[in-house]
Design a protein around this ligand. Structure first.
Ligand code: SF4
Length: 65
């Protein structure tokens, strides 16, 4: 995987059938969830995801530090 983020780590991984099958399954699942509007928010604040989320202002109150 080529990480384009500054200071991001590029991870090399051999592309094989199990990897492709796993990626296909994840993409299919994501598409089905989008079609069904099945997009639950995370149950609790998670700094790694919510802390950098673009829609945090619509989703929840940012915890004070
Ligand atoms: S703030 Fe963003 S990442 Fe966190 S639950 Fe809401 S939508 Fe998901």
């Amino acid at each position: 995987m080529l990480n384009l983020d500054e200071k991001g780590q590029t991870k090399r991984e051999p592309v094989n059938d199990p990897l492709l099958t796993g990626v296909r399954d994840k993409i299919r699942d994501a598409g089905e969830r989008l079609r069904k509007n099945d997009l639950p928010r995370l149950p609790t604040w998670q700094e790694h995801a919510c802390g950098t989320c673009d829609v945090v202002g619509l989703c929840r109150t940012r915890p004070s530090r």
